[in-house]
Design a protein around this ligand. Structure first.
Ligand code: FAD
Length: 518
């Protein structure tokens, strides 16, 4: 038995690897251990990369990093962890686009899922009568799913704003964007998963087969298993998108118009809008931000003066897909949809872009920030779901009384509604208890020395919401006590505890969330 500390243990395994070429294989006590050891690293580069994420606010170094060459390596690692007298923790890491250490494993092992990537791990099959689908590895990024499925003229319907996120990572949260009001979050758009549980069992699951595991893993924050395959339904892909933004000075007119649009278009089959979001403009800088460059430069100065005059401008954003067959009806259908909206006259802007350009709209902003050294900075983000009945109070109490006054915000603020009916309550993801709720995203960037001040504003926002009992839920949640987690999960908490005991009894998976590990 190997009974020394976890870092020393991994040092031992790595030294096994180094010795491997000299010692006959038959002398190794356990082939699985040596297979894992071959792909474990604990050099500074591997450890540092696994000890940080997009948030740059948490640094939790693991003892080692696994670069799996197959899913068997992950199974072996999990079994090995469970066989130890004190099991070590394991976190799957997609792209590490979490912001508060959720994909880290302090003194445990981080699994760099990208290392599984190879072209065979995305395949498209099906037929016109039963439907088409893609089987994709959990490590795959959505941009690669898009590119692979478009080769067949097909695509998934539910997206995130940014496509350099992994399938396993977004399915562990929810995966939301402007398509969610109509098609549901990404977790509502997956029909089958292969999951390696916290016990090291590889299980295929769907709503019908092993349904408890399937529903628990979706939005499950990596707590019950590691997703190694997801089956995603595909539909004929459009090739172009009409993309429209309209400006409002009045918050209730803005939100009422958003709600009217998602109510009419959420269930409509033909002619419906495909995407709806909204954002706030509240700085005298350029009205575009890194998430998308949209407004014609010739209008920047008038938009800036409008923002200066009103302090906050609300921007409603919609999109409608089309192709050569629907091109002729596009303008009429779009005009019908937007008829009667109360945006400011003269402040409607349109773009006509390719489908890929639309879905991949955040990429150019990312590359531009990277070239200026502004991508790898702290990101004190706060993402909330707010019940529709409290959204006006959120505008006055948060946007006007906190964000505007503190002048600490630096980054896009998203505001858009979605329909609860497109979510499945059996899944672990948590949303407010109202048919319509809003997602609010404070996507802050800061300097390395002022993120804490910005995060204080986030805390003030949360305190305000609690003080008026707004019944918000955090998206991409972050808590530090189990009582807060229990409160977050509400009626699901007991089920989550039971499911954890069943599929990860030693509580080794995804410790970075600090739900079961402190
Ligand atoms: P990671 O951050 O690496 O992991 C996230 C969590 O999932 C961790 O707990 C990890 O252990 C677990 N995990 C990772 N892979 C697996 C797996 N295969 N199986 C099980 N668990 C796993 N989210 C949206 O919903 N909509 C958006 O529009 C959106 N835009 C974003 C834009 C940017 C620029 C960034 C940085 C993030 C955005 N996000 C968005 C948030 C994103 O969904 C989360 O960061 C999510 O965690 C996915 O990132 P990732 O693939 O890098 O996962």
């Amino acid at each position: 038995a190997i009974n020394f500390s976890i870092p020393a243990y991994f040092g031992y395994m790595l030294s096994i690897t180094r010795l491997k070429s000299f010692i006959p294989k038959s002398l190794f006590p356990d082939d699985d251990i040596t297979a894992v050891a071959t792909n474990l690293r604990h050099d500074a580069a591997a450890l540092n990369s696994a000890a940080t994420d997009f948030g740059h606010m948490v640094t939790d170094p693991p003892a080692a990093v696994l670069f799996p060459s197959s899913i068997n390596d992950i199974i072996s690692l999990i079994k090995l962890a469970n066989s130890r007298p004190v099991p070590f923790n394991i976190a799957a890491k997609g792209c590490g686009h979490s912001v508060r250490g959720q994909a880290m494993a302090l003194n445990g092992v981080v699994v760099e899922m990208a290392s599984l990537n190879n072209p065979t791990r995305i395949s498209v099959s099906g037929n016109a009568s039963d439907g088409f689908f893609a089987d994709v590895g959990g490590e795959q990024m959505w941009i690669d799913v898009l590119n692979a499925t478009l080769k067949h003229g097909l695509a998934p319907t539910s997206w995130t704003d940014y496509l350099y996120l992994t399938v396993g990572g977004t399915l562990s949260n929810a995966g939301i964007s402007g398509q969610t009001f109509r098609y549901g979050p990404q977790i509502s758009n997956v029909v089958e998963l292969d999951v390696i549980t916290g016990k090291g069992d590889l299980v295929s699951c769907s709503a019908e087969r092993n349904g408890q595991l399937f529903h628990s893993v979706l939005g499950g924050l990596g707590q019950f298993g590691i997703i190694v395959r997801a089956r995603i339904p595909l539909f004929p892909a459009p090739n172009r998108v009409k993309w429209v933004r309209m400006l409002y000075t009045n918050f209730s007119e803005f939100t009422e118009d958003q709600e009217r649009l998602i109510s009419i278009n959420g269930s409509k089959q033909n002619g419906a809008l495909d995407y709806l979001e909204g954002l706030l403009l509240m700085h005298d800088g350029p009205p575009d931000n890194w998430r998308s460059s949209f407004f014609p430069p010739s209008h920047h100065s008038t938009i800036i003066s409008l923002v200066n005059q009103h302090s906050i401008i609300y921007c409603l954003e919609v999109a409608k897909y089309y192709d050569h067959t629907s091109r002729h009806t596009l303008d009429k259908e779009l005009n019908d949809s937007l008829d009667g909206l109360r945006f400011l006259s003269g402040y409607k802007f349109e773009k006509d872009v390719s489908y890929v350009e639309f879905l991949n709209r955040v990429r150019s902003g990312e590359l531009s920030l990277k070239s200026q050294g502004l991508w790898d900075v702290p990101h004190p983000w706060l993402n909330l779901f707010v019940p529709k009945s409290r959204i006006a109070e959120f505008n006055s109490g948060v946007f006007k009384d906190i964000v505007l006054k503190r002048k600490m915000n630096s980054g896009p603020i998203l505001v858009y509604p979605m329909n609860r009916s497109k979510w499945d309550d059996r899944m672990t993801a948590v949303i407010p208890d109202e048919e319509v709720f809003y997602t609010i995203g404070f996507l802050n960037s800061s300097g390395f020395d002022d993120w804490e001040a910005m995060d204080e504003v986030n805390k003030e926002i949360l305190r305000f919401c609690n003080s008026v009992d707004m019944k918000i839920k955090q998206y991409l949640p972050h808590y530090r006590t189990q009582a807060d987690w229990a409160n977050h999960f509400g009626h699901k908490w007991k089920r989550i505890q039971d499911t954890k005991k069943q599929f990860d009894p030693n509580m080794i998976l995804s410790p970075g969330h600090k739900i079961f590990n402190f």
